[in-house]
Design a protein around this ligand. Sequence first.
Ligand code: SF4
Ligand code: SF4
Length: 457
Amino acid sequence: MAQAFFGGVHPNDMKAATNEKAIEQLAPPAEVVIPMSMHFGAPCTPLVKAGDHVKVGQKIGEFHGLGAPIHASVSGTVKVVEPRPYTMGGDMMSVVIENDFQNELSEEVQAPADPDALSVDEMVEMVKNAGIVGMGGATFPTHVKITSGIGKVDTVIINGAECEPYITGDHRTMLERPEEIIGGAKYLAKMFGVDKVIIGVEDNKQNGIDSRNQVIAAQKAPVVVEPLHCRYPQGGEKQLCQAITGKQVPPGGLPANIGCAVFNINTTCAIFRAITQGMPVVNKVVTVSGSGVVEPKNLECPIGTPFSCLFDACGGLNDKTYKLVAGGPMMGMAQYTADVSVGKGTGAILAFCENEEQTVEHPQCIRCGKCVAACPMHLEPLFMYQYASKNMLDELNDAHIMDCMECGACAYACPARVHLTHMFKYGKQKLKDKMAADKAAAEAKKAAEEKKEAANK
Ligand code: SF4
Ligand code: SF4
């Protein structure tokens, strides 16, 4: 079994509520709200307006620079294009489509005659046109990861760790759709020019490992499954690279720096569908769980489905529900409303009852050092907390806060319940703001000097 990475914690996985429940198709919602930002990079520009008729798979948002296009997930009429509440906080320009329940497929969705005859460039183009991003939550555009890694990457890894508590969508996908995963892995091997792809899976998903091994043997596919010891955050791509290859990504670096590229399970399935069917990302598998959910489930729904529809399909919410979270309990974002909708990176929506809230109003660090031992990035969270809370931004930068992946392992390990992760999100934003202000000031100074120099000539 693969060696572990440094640090990490071992929370109760809480997966029993859904890990034996097959993925169900959600009854189509009457309306979808599709945000124009579901990727790393600037938001897309909407290509449709109120009153337009759209079909499933039709491009409705165009990206600029770093990003990925966005497609209609149902057929029907565009009701409005306007800012709506968004899982990342605040509002985001969104296309609201009234479903006509005809499920009409767009003419833009074209399957290639022979997917296996496609060149690497043609496959990358299909991945780009399908709007595929890291569907484990990172939402980095997949075509960019592939093109920037070709020629540098010799180890392609499929991330089946799914280490966040409660979430079981990837596990169920492994059990129910192994052909799509192995098929997608074969195309990734071809694009990167490697002779094998490694799928890393934690050993609490043994049936997922077995189902894939059967398909690999039947297809004689260039894929191996690597069982991993359970440990959070195994699914962090840097940790997964270390667990599988033994190599560490350098501070500030990316997996490509050590010759690795990592793709999520559902991203791999999306690559398979894009290359074999020309199908863009229009659906998402979402785990709906937590003590506030009456009947937890794994549901597959159109992108843009409001959270409230998913909760309704799970019997509704418990009266004592206190908190809604988009994503897992360690890295997810708390939500103030169930009117936000499912995006490409939404792997789970959780609801919790009040009796699980264990925050401390004025926590005091007791200098036990447990957070340092838990940090998989070799950081010193107790000092970073002091610097961030006192606005000591130079010291915060020197403490490498930008390497913090906000995994929450330190906060989980902290016996004093210091609000570490929250403070690091705040500190990183302050530091980014300062860097942007410093850059703008330096540019203004340079422009003024150039102007002065030109005037003196
Ligand atoms: S949240 Fe940041 S500081 Fe805390 S354990 Fe994770 S990477 Fe380390
Ligand atoms: S784990 Fe918590 S109490 Fe212990 S040193 Fe870190 S911040 Fe302080």
